[in-house]
Design a protein. Structure first.
Length: 359
């Protein structure tokens, strides 16, 4: 266990083959001083904490991780590593609470992150960048692909990044209230999905007029907080909500879920397992009810056409060592000799704790 000092809200393992023992944790602190309250807009600060880990999956108690770097930023609602080819440097995208996006490269020789680009993508520093996602999860190249960012004013922003610059290529109003999440369809990088506090799931085709979504699903009982396209099964999308459920959708029929699993506590993040041999497993940060691994047994089949509907899920593992909101969580990308176990890092908010476990 590690004390992150500031409240912790995001964890991301590096997918690059040269740095699978590296992960980052983002923190988010609301400055509550009398001066900050009296002088107007509230200020938030945070850090990008960088960790190196060593682990024994057969005996996780013998595993260890150490902080090797801390980078001061405004508060950090979200971070994501870009999936790049092995010949390219690992690159991290960071979204901050003052409307900026940062790109950082991993220096393998120095074992540290170095910022290479930053861009304010909103007009007001009071607007937060809430989430970001890279387009090239399934097809890593030397390029960075594209970025989509959701912002607290209801906008989605499309970015064209290079290692040294970030260009805004489109921006549009997507939701009436905070769009907590925006995510690419990893199988069709012309398609973006978004969900927000207006209880709506929307799909967008970036080749068309972005004032008009491809679809709007209004059948949610609370705000939508997390979305991830499946990296191994086309058309499959996992969607989490404050309503304490995780829904799976066949995006050819986006208004009717294939399944709904009650996970307790509200879902803040969902992460499909990075290995094809465990593509049935979904890691969920359940906010008020710890962390869980869901298993959808039917997903062992190659395509949605061969599966039965609905898709039942079972909770095969839970982790309840956190004493506060379960927010950030991720699987390690390190290859494992035992596919039954993967290293996991998780963090929680008010008790500012980071844990390392396996599942």
């Amino acid at each position: 266990m590690f004390d992150t000092i500031f409240p912790a809200d995001s964890v991301e393992f590096c997918p690059h083959p040269d740095a699978t023992n590296i992960f980052v944790c983002g923190t988010y602190n609301l400055i509550k001083s009398e001066e900050a309250i009296r002088t107007g807009p509230q200020k938030r600060n945070g850090q990008c904490l960088v960790f190196r880990c060593q682990y024994d999956l057969d005996d996780i108690a013998q595993s260890s991780f150490e902080k090797i770097q801390a980078i001061d930023y405004p508060a950090l609602p979200d971070m994501k590593w870009c999936h790049r080819s092995a010949a390219s440097k690992a690159t991290l995208g960071v979204a901050n609470s003052e409307g900026e996006i940062h790109l950082l490269e991993w220096d393998l020789e120095e074992s540290r992150l170095e910022e290479t680009a930053r861009k304010r993508i909103v007009g007001s520093p009071e607007t937060l960048c809430l989430s970001l996602d890279w387009s090239n999860r399934r097809n890593p190249t030397s390029d960075l692909g594209k970025l989509v960012v959701s912002c607290s004013d209801g906008d989605l922003v499309l970015l064209d990044p290079t290692t040294s610059s970030i260009v805004v290529t489109d921006k549009w109003t997507a939701h009436e209230y905070e769009p907590w999440i925006a995510a690419w369809d990893y199988w069709n990088t012309n398609t973006i999905y978004s969900g927000g506090d207006d209880f709506k799931l929307k799909g967008w085709d970036i080749r068309t007029d972005l004032r008009n979504p491809m679809f709007v699903n209004k059948r949610f009982g609370a705000g939508i907080t997390t979305i991830q396209s499946h990296p191994y099964i086309e058309h499959l999308l996992a969607v989490g909500s404050y309503d304490s459920s995780v829904k799976l959708f066949d995006m050819r029929k986006p208004l009717q879920p294939l399944s709904q699993t009650e996970i307790g506590g509200g879902a803040w993040r969902v992460k499909w397992h990075p290995s094809a041999t465990r593509k049935s497993d979904l890691l969920v940060a359940c906010m008020h009810d710890g962390f869980k691994v869901l298993r959808f047994n039917e997903l062992a089949i190659e395509t949605l056409e061969d599966m039965s509907s609905p898709l039942p899920a079972s909770i095969v593992q839970r982790f309840d060592e956190h004493q506060s909101l379960a927010y950030g969580v991720d699987w390690s990308f390190a290859p494992s000799s035992n596919d039954q176990k993967t290293a996991i890092a998780s963090c929680s908010f008010y008790d500012h704790k980071l844990h390392f476990w396996s599942g």
